[in-house]
Design a binder for this molecule. Structure first.
Ligand code: NAD
Ligand code: TDX
Length: 331
């Protein structure tokens, strides 16, 4: 079984390749990644002799067509993934998330490989801070940012290609991920590495916004369950059920790092900042038997802090440029 993983020099895709090598040796893995600012070949170093790596753009139709023709399965992680960047410059989001996904769909249509498309809870918009509403597979799309709008558009392209052209495709919409190899632009690694570099952590607004934190290995286990047992044309929501607001996450991070609970700065809020996400993951739990293994968020966060402490060689080279981008945004 030959599996093409797009965007797997990024956070979730790299962890997917590691997870696949550990748990699913039946797959031969090819990675296609453009190595944008967010991609890092070092994230695949532990498995570099076990996989094939192709540096290239998912918008390159000839390249994508050739690679898809040789594969049985495509797992499509590649995307521009950071909301703040999309507010600053939406162009690469439209290109990669929409045109790139279209390019993959056309290659799938030509060659008949099976596609799993990785998406996000952000396509549904947000929920009230008060109350216990949740997104389900039936929730209408209502994205807020250029990032989530282009992810929503990519999901709709996949659905249309499945219905109109009969491609074998599945979609998953996962909540916020955390774990090793996450770019230091994202919330949790940014705060950990700020402390390690002597900078103060940065909280947007009052930090009341709520996210549902899911360990990246739990996400990737869900993806493998969908690959082996998911039904064509179906969408699955994935989430740990562990909802916390940003202030609480930051205070817990500071506590685990041995820092005072108030040792951070409030910075201007993100425009259009989604208030709360929460996925009802009953479908994947009951139909496919998925259950998160990282039930203890505190332990998962501690392990993540330890990973960043031990792997400055990995994140150190990205840190200064990332903070320079944040300075431009005033955050
Ligand atoms: P990431 O930014 O860490 O990695 C994205 C990868 O895609 C990088 O390696 C980059 O080089 C590559 N890439 C970007 N444009 C490309 C192009 N045109 N051609 C080829 N490769 C390209 O992102 P991530 O956090 O690992 O997210 C992976 C996927 O999961 C995305 O589709 C994202 O929308 C989705 N997702 C992320 C989260 C999260 O919490 N991070 C949650 C739910 C869903
Ligand atoms: O310095 C910060 N301070 C802060 O308060 C940063 C970087 C973020 N935040 C807040 C904004 C969000 O409410 O923390 C929360 C999480 O921020 P991000 O890590 O940027 O994630 P989010 O915007 O929630 O989106 C993430 O989850 C869904 C991923 O980046 C997306 O790719 C995924 O689709």
């Amino acid at each position: 079984m030959k599996l093409l993983a797009t965007g797997a020099a990024g956070f979730i895709g790299a962890n997917f390749v590691h997870y696949t090598m550990r748990n699913h040796p039946e797959y031969e893995v090819v990675v296609l990644d453009a190595l944008t600012y967010a991609g890092n070949r070092e994230s695949l170093k532990p498995v570099e002799n076990e996989i094939e790596f192709v540096q290239g753009d998912i918008c390159d139709a000839a390249l994508v067509d050739r690679l898809v023709a040789e594969c049985d399965t495509v797992v499509h992680f590649a995307a521009e993934s950071h909301v703040d960047n999309s507010l600053h410059d939406p162009a690469p989001f439209v290109q990669t998330n929409l045109i790139g996904t279209y390019t993959i769909l056309e290659a799938i249509r030509n060659h008949g490989a099976r596609l799993h498309h990785i998406s996000t809870d952000e396509v549904f918009g947000d929920l009230d801070l008060e109350g216990d509403d949740q997104f389900t597979e039936q929730t209408p799309y209502d994205p807020s940012s250029p990032y989530s709008a282009t992810k929503a558009g990519s999901d709709l392209l996949v659905r249309a290609w499945a219905r109109s052209f009969g491609i074998h495709a599945t979609i998953s919409n996962c909540a916020n991920n955390y774990g090793p190899y996450q770019h230091v632009e994202k919330f949790i690694p940014r705060q950990i590495t700020n402390v390690f570099t002597g900078a103060r952590p940065k909280l947007y607004g009052q930090g009341e916004n709520v996210r549902e934190w899911t360990h990246v290995d739990d996400h990737n286990e869900a993806v493998h369950l969908i690959l082996s047992k998911g039904a064509p044309g179906e969408t699955y929501l994935i989430g740990s059920g562990d909802e916390r607001n940003n202030k609480a996450i930051l205070e817990l991070t500071l506590e685990l790092l041995g820092e005072p609970a108030d040792a951070y700065d409030h910075v201007p809020d993100r425009p259009g900042h989604d208030l709360r996400y929460s996925n009802d993951s009953t479908k994947i739990r009951t139909q496919l038997g998925w259950e998160p293994k990282y039930g203890d968020f505190r332990a998962g966060l501690q392990a993540t802090i330890d990973w960043y402490r031990e792997n400055e060689w990995w994140w150190g080279p990205q840190k200064a440029a990332t903070e320079a981008r944040y300075s431009q945004l005033g955050r």
